[in-house]
Design a binder for this molecule. Structure first.
Ligand code: NAD
Length: 324
């Protein structure tokens, strides 16, 4: 016999028509889209063209982007309903912030989601330089056994210099300390006491350049940091030192770096970021003493999911406040 089962709790009626319209204009982790769909009508269009975006933006209450989509002033003024812009990742250089703020549209981002991912890549690059792992692997794939020629060195007991001891710099310092490295840092926005609390010894830039066996950059690209490491600074570095950059390409004078590597001043460099991306067959990327990666600092499943969820929660919170 059949029996009609009554639901234990009354069915919940979801008025989707009252949901805000959110456009996700770049690829984000699926968990972020799923969370968004619980509270919004979502248009997930990760390949949307600038033209279509401009034509359709008027219907949306929120826009979520990564770095691919340029949020220009034109676009912002073509979006009368827009209440919030979410930027998954770090950096607002792709967004016309003045235009957004002039219309009272907040921009939310997720600066800390990639901290661990970038710190771990930095350590990976430093180990790759020290133990020549990419060269060893390339030799094996050519059928060569380069055991004798691939003499490396140990990180333990070496000095690591960190320029910029913020979220990523600090995470790098903690991990490098676990390898038995001595840590010095240059960060003019922190007191010596704060630098000590973050696990490093404070140094000015000149001392940092002279003493570091491994020098790693973790500053944002600003007017002050543009070209921070040029020919003069590279010449002040310890002979045979290694340079690692997972921050922004324009912080280093790339030609000067290639010269310093050619001259044997530096033993090696590991770069995740470039002045122009992608850099193509640049002199630096092709250099045998350079390990290059294609801006993968934040590219871990964990960091991507964290960034997407952080942005979605912030966007929904702004929309909720705007409705109240
Ligand atoms: P953060 O703001 O937490 O730390 C930056 C630190 O740099 C701060 O402590 C600041 O005081 C210091 N600083 C600023 N100007 C300086 C200067 N002129 N000299 C020395 N120190 C200076 O930022 P974060 O989260 O640690 O990120 C650092 C940078 O890493 C970002 O700005 C971004 O460019 C880069 N990044 C790269 C990737 C990647 O995929 N490779 C991913 C995320 C972030």
């Amino acid at each position: 016999m059949y029996r009609i089962m009554e639901p234990e709790t009354p069915m919940q009626t979801i008025h989707r028509s009252s949901f805000p319209n959110v456009l996700v204009a770049d690829a984000i982790a699926p968990a972020g889209v799923e969370r968004l769909e619980q509270s919004a009508r979502v248009a997930y269009q990760p390949d949307i063209s600038p033209e279509t975006l401009k034509k359709t933006i008027a219907r949306y209450d929120a826009l979520i982007v990564r770095s691919r989509t340029r949020v220009t002033a034109d676009l912002i003024f073509a979006a009368p309903k827009l209440r919030v812009i979410g930027r998954v990742g770090v950096g607002l250089d792709t967004i016309a912030t003045d235009a957004a703020w002039s219309r009272g549209i907040p921009i939310v981002n997720s600066p800390s989601a990639s901290t661990v991912a970038v710190a771990e890549l930095t350590l990976g690059l430093m180990l790759s330089l020290a133990r020549r792992i990419p060269e060893a692997d390339a030799g094996m794939k050519r059928g060569e056994w380069l055991k004798r020629s691939l003499m490396g060195s140990e990180l333990s007991g070496k000095t690591m210099g960190i320029i910029g001891l913020g979220r990523i710099g600090m995470a790098v310092a903690q991990r490098a300390a676990a390898f038995g490295m001595r840590l010095i840092a240059f960060d003019p926005y922190l007191s010596s006491g704060q630098i000590n609390e973050r696990g490093a010894e404070a140094a000015n830039l000149a001392r940092l350049l002279q003493e570091s066996d491994y020098l790693s950059l973790h500053v944002p690209l600003t007017d002050d940091t543009y070209g921070l490491l040029g020919a003069r600074e590279l010449a002040q570095m310890k002979n045979g030192a290694n340079l690692i950059c997972c921050a922004r390409g324009k912080i280093i004078d790339e030609n000067a770096l290639a010269d310093a590597l050619d001259a044997g001043k530096l033993a090696g460099a590991a770069l995740d970021v470039f002045a122009v991306e992608p850099p193509g067959y640049s002199r630096l990327v092709q250099h045998p003493k350079v390990i290059a990666t294609p801006h993968i600092g934040a590219m871990t499943r964990e960091a991507q999911e964290k960034a997407a969820l952080e942005i979605v929660e912030q966007v929904l919170a702004v929309l909720k406040r705007a409705n109240n």
